[in-house]
Design a protein around this ligand. Structure first.
Ligand SMILES: *[C@@H]1O[C@H](CO)[C@@H](O)[C@H](O)[C@H]1NC(C)=O
Ligand SMILES: *[C@@H]1O[C@H](CO)[C@@H](O)[C@H](O)[C@H]1NC(C)=O
Ligand SMILES: *[C@@H]1O[C@H](CO)[C@@H](O)[C@H](O)[C@H]1NC(C)=O
Ligand SMILES: *[C@@H]1O[C@H](CO)[C@@H](O)[C@H](O)[C@H]1NC(C)=O
Ligand SMILES: *[C@@H]1O[C@H](CO)[C@@H](O)[C@H](O)[C@H]1NC(C)=O
Length: 418
């Protein structure tokens, strides 16, 4: 039998072990945080400046002025006449071929060396060569799976693109908008989507960290492909496949980056007020965006990869909302297309296959709140109160904004326009 003293010792030992683990985690994180620079998920940073003009007419709407009207986002949707003409062929989505578990068990995909001999290929930049050589390798084994993640009635699944090194972002999301909760009887679940760490230095440590984090929180899906910028499209299709297998009952999906602020209450209010039941895809949508042809831009695409003058309408990958059945159709549509290096554009191409037009909504600010970074609007809690998603915040800013919004914030009908 344990006496009190023994029990105390065990407790003490356990506490110390836990503390050690936390310290190790923090040290690892701190020690590497400065090396993170080479890959970040700030997808559209290049669009704040002059390049923004390249990206099509809708960018002009992001003015540095704003009227806060209570609940304005409920009805203030700008969307073109909505096409929901999905042909009968398309409705037979994935019938009969649904896997019941993640069925990819080995990575045996060699480079497509056929390309190397072709003239147009030789002229490409290295990153595009790399992308094209492995473009046909579509699915990879799963490292951390959670087949149980969607068990029970989940109304809203929030999936967040992250990378091993961004531990602190995941941590703050878990403590703020991403925490598991039930709002008005509707359950929310958050998962993080990861590939393999891409940094050569400390790659092993980062993977250990992910393993540890997954043990504690059980909210990480990780696949065995390199977490690189051009592989974000792989992350997209891996999630769609995973969702198709494991989440038949989920009603809605919010998908976004790990540096966004999300107002979950507003998502639910939006959904309650939204008439549209089928093929719902809403976000910060760009219509008529042009492919960027300036080589120094992060989103540069050579003619040989995409030769049309416009992209199909697509939503910024920073955060968008879609319904579960559309996600299943998107999985099917993705399989009919070749991979494209920009993940949100790729999803726009998939929507085009399905003849679904995404809806643009003012409450989604994934291309930055306002172009002027020093604008006070970026720090204005009353503004955030009316938003659904805002890109891009530091973990500390996110925490601060969250605390402000949870306090008894009194917002006037109209905030002072800056
Ligand atoms: C991988 O594929 C190559 C040819 O495509 C084959 O020769 C090799 O045996 C395969 N390896 C494994 C482990 O399946
Ligand atoms: C390379 O070319 C050969 C012959 O044309 C073809 O059979 C093969 O499928 C090609 N490989 C890839 C990865 O496309
Ligand atoms: C994507 O991941 C695969 C598998 O890890 C890797 O072979 C490929 O080089 C990566 N592609 C890019 C463009 O980083
Ligand atoms: C554009 O690309 C497609 C497929 O890659 C090709 O068939 C077509 O000829 C190209 N068009 C122009 C104008 O280059
Ligand atoms: C950005 O906003 C700040 C404060 O509102 C203002 O002082 C500054 O002139 C603005 N900059 C530009 C380029 O508009």
């Amino acid at each position: 039998m344990f006496n009190n003293r023994d029990r105390w010792r065990v407790y003490k030992k356990m506490s110390i072990m836990f503390l050690l683990a936390v310290v190790a985690l923090t040290v690892l994180q701190k020690g590497t945080i400065n090396m993170v620079g080479s890959f970040d998920l700030q997808r559209h940073s290049g669009m704040d400046g002059s390049e923004g003009a390249d990206f099509g007419a809708t960018q002009a709407d992001n003015k540095d002025s704003y009227n806060i009207l209570k609940g304005f986002w409920k009805m203030n949707q700008t969307h073109p006449p909505h096409k929901t003409l999905v042909t009968s062929k398309e409705l037979k989505v994935t019938a009969g071929r649904r896997a019941t578990t993640w069925d990819i068990t080995s990575t045996n995909c060699s480079a497509n060396l056929n390309l190397s001999s072709q003239e147009w290929f030789k002229g490409l930049e290295d990153n595009f060569k790399q992308f094209l050589l492995y473009r046909h390798c579509r699915y990879f084994p799963i490292i951390y799976n959670h087949p149980e993640a969607c068990n029970g009635e989940i109304n809203l699944l929030m999936v967040i693109k992250s990378v091993a090194t961004q531990h602190d972002r995941r941590e703050v999301i878990r403590k703020t908008w991403g925490k598991e909760q039930v709002i008005k009887g509707k359950r929310i679940k958050t998962l993080f989507l990861l590939g393999r760490p891409s940094h050569d230095v400390e790659k092993v440590n980062h993977q250990k960290l992910v393993e540890f984090e997954n043990q504690i929180y059980g909210d990480i899906l990780q696949w065995d492909f390199l977490d690189s910028f051009f592989n974000l499209t792989l992350k997209e299709i891996h999630f769609l496949k995973w969702f198709d297998i494991y989440c038949p009952g989920v009603h809605y999906i919010f998908k976004g980056d790990d540096d966004v602020f999300v107002n979950v209450d507003n998502i639910f209010e939006f959904l309650e007020n939204s008439k549209q039941e089928k093929n719902m895809f809403v976000g910060d949508v760009l219509f008529k965006a042009k492919p960027i042809r300036k080589k120094e831009n992060k989103y540069y695409i050579p003619q040989t990869l995409y030769n049309k003058t416009l992209y199909p309408p697509y939503a910024g990958g920073g955060g968008f909302l879609m319904d579960g059945s559309l996600a299943r159709k998107l999985y099917w549509a993705a399989d009919t297309l070749e991979l494209y290096p920009i993940d949100d554009v790729f999803l726009g191409m998939c929507l085009e296959v399905l003849h679904v037009t995404p809806i643009r909504h003012e409450a989604f600010k994934t291309f930055g709140l306002v172009k002027n970074k020093t604008s006070k609007l970026n720090r204005e809690p009353c503004f955030f109160k009316d938003m659904i998603v805002v890109h891009k915040l530091l973990p500390s800013e996110l925490k601060l904004m969250w605390n402000l919004l949870k306090s008894d914030l009194v917002c006037a009908q109209k905030a002072a326009i800056l």
